[in-house]
Design a protein around this ligand. Structure first.
Ligand SMILES: Cc1cc2nc3c(=O)[nH]c(=O)nc-3n(C[C@H](O)[C@H](O)[C@H](O)COP(=O)(O)OP(=O)(O)OC[C@H]3O[C@@H](n4cnc5c(N)ncnc54)[C@H](O)[C@@H]3O)c2cc1C
Length: 411
């Protein structure tokens, strides 16, 4: 006779680990199946190793995909409740002025340790190196079969396999295939939170340069979304949080065949023309090569001068009104076509995923297969940068844990 657990959790990442702790603490027999040789590898990389684990200001506007499900999840497990769950695991948290929440230690490793220890203390059986390739429903529960032919059995199954972003940290998209085979629809996936790719020529020579800007995404000439913050130029594109936040909207637009461009404003809220006219009067001998120094980094200033169709050797005092207009135009509205975003290798999260229309979102329970549940990035929800993605992983997993407990209890 094989060992039948109450619950098998497929994927030992953020959502799988927290669900395992919650269920095992409730007295259920839990087996956690993880394809890598250790659990929670991606968690270690979050928030630059500090783990931005939620955001006090989380609202549905910070999310894409199925916002109805997000609303339910934020109501059932709001950031403060998630924080007190972590406090109970030995992880007190602190928030910064933007509402971003971190462990007091500022170490992602301590969050992972707390989850791992929480699993051990509550009696979760963890099986690493177990890549689930088949999930078969049968009488009284599920059979999971690993790539190597191992088997596990449980009354319920919770799919927490994540998405496709950052494959080096474990993402393979297996969860989509497992769910699809059990009747679930998958909303087409794409990288979200990723750098934007532009033609190489306009940004040539700017690699590594950072600047504060307002960056707006224009599709067919209309502003679709804008962000303010630091942009970082790359070999053939624009990165930095502000730019990466536009990736979801870029992919949606490109998917629909709409051409995209970004408009970069390096003097947001300022009268760029008045500022440059005064500057030209104050510094008439300054060559355009150095004219924008102090407003933007030098190399970026030179690129903008060229983008305005001006010569670097011209002296500021010789600028005509039209030329000042042109320069002010690029300083506050430099347009760059966007041809794509970076791929999953460099992306932080996946857009699209298993459709929540096939789930009862009050329990995260499948409407296609009894006893089947899912949580985290595998579902059709992705959030902005700032702790929103982990908030979704924790809250959807904790709802699933409650849903599973209710089902096992016969409630
Ligand atoms: C570099 C980086 C930094 C990030 N920083 C932040 C941040 O600071 N704040 C934030 O909110 N979000 C951040 N994110 C996003 C966040 O990490 C994810 O949204 C979150 O980890 C998703 O949780 P999950 O449990 O759904 O999936 P994951 O954490 O990806 O876990 C999925 C697990 O399932 C396992 N698995 C996959 N397939 C199988 C299979 N067939 N069988 C068994 N196991 C399987 C994987 O190996 C993995 O361990 C970041 C992402 C990246 C890549």
């Amino acid at each position: 006779m094989h060992n039948i657990y109450d619950v098998m959790i497929i994927g030992g990442g953020a959502s799988g680990l927290i669900a395992a702790v919650a269920l095992a603490r409730g007295g259920w027999r839990v087996v956690l199946l993880e394809r890598q040789d250790r659990v929670g590898r991606k968690l270690l990389s979050t928030g630059n190793g500090r783990c931005n684990l939620t955001n006090l200001k989380a609202g549905t506007e910070n999310y894409h995909g199925d916002r109805q499900a997000v609303r339910m999840a934020l109501r059932a497990w709001p950031p403060k409740k998630v924080m007190s769950f972590f406090d109970g695991l030995g992880i007190p948290c602190t928030a910064d002025e933007a509402g971003r929440v971190y462990p007091m230690s500022r170490q992602a490793a301590s969050v992972l340790d707390a989850l791992r220890l929480g699993c051990d203390e509550a009696g979760v059986e963890t099986r690493t190196g177990f890549r689930v390739t088949a999930l078969n429903p049968g009488e009284g529960g599920f059979e999971a079969i690993s790539e190597g032919g191992e088997r596990a059995y449980a009354r319920c199954a919770l799919v927490c396999t994540g998405g496709l972003a950052a494959p080096k940290l474990g993402a393979r998209g297996d969860g989509y295939r497992l769910l699809e085979r059990l009747g679930h629809a998958i909303v087409p996936c794409f990288p979200a939170i990723a750098a934007l790719i532009t033609p190489p020529e306009p940004v040539r020579g700017l690699k590594g340069i950072r600047a504060e800007a307002e960056i707006a995404l224009l599709c067919k000439g209309e502003v679709v979304k804008s962000e303010r913050g630091e942009v970082l130029f790359a070999e053939s594109g624009v990165s930095g949080i502000a730019a990466m936040q536009l990736a979801h909207a870029v992919n949606v637009a490109l998917f629909a065949g709409k051409p995209c461009a970004v408009r970069l404003d390096f003097a947001p809220g300022m009268d760029a023309k008045a500022m440059l006219s005064k500057r030209a009067k104050d510094l008439p001998k300054r060559g355009l090569e150095d004219f924008l120094n102090g407003i933007v980094p030098k190399r970026l200033g030179q690129t903008l001068v060229k983008a305005a169709g001006l010569s670097l050797s011209t002296a500021a005092g010789a600028l005509t009104g039209r030329q000042i207009d042109a320069l002010a135009g690029v300083l506050s509205g430099w347009m760059l076509p966007v041809t794509a975003t970076q791929g999953y290798d460099q992306a932080q999260v996946t857009g699209g995923g298993a459709s929540l229309k096939d789930f009862d979102v009050r329990r995260m329970g499948s409407l296609c297969q009894e006893g089947l549940f899912a949580a985290g990035e595998v579902l059709d929800v992705d959030g902005d940068c700032g702790g929103f993605n982990l908030q979704w992983a924790w809250s959807s997993a904790l709802i699933a844990a409650e849903g599973i407990a209710a089902m096992l209890d016969g409630r």
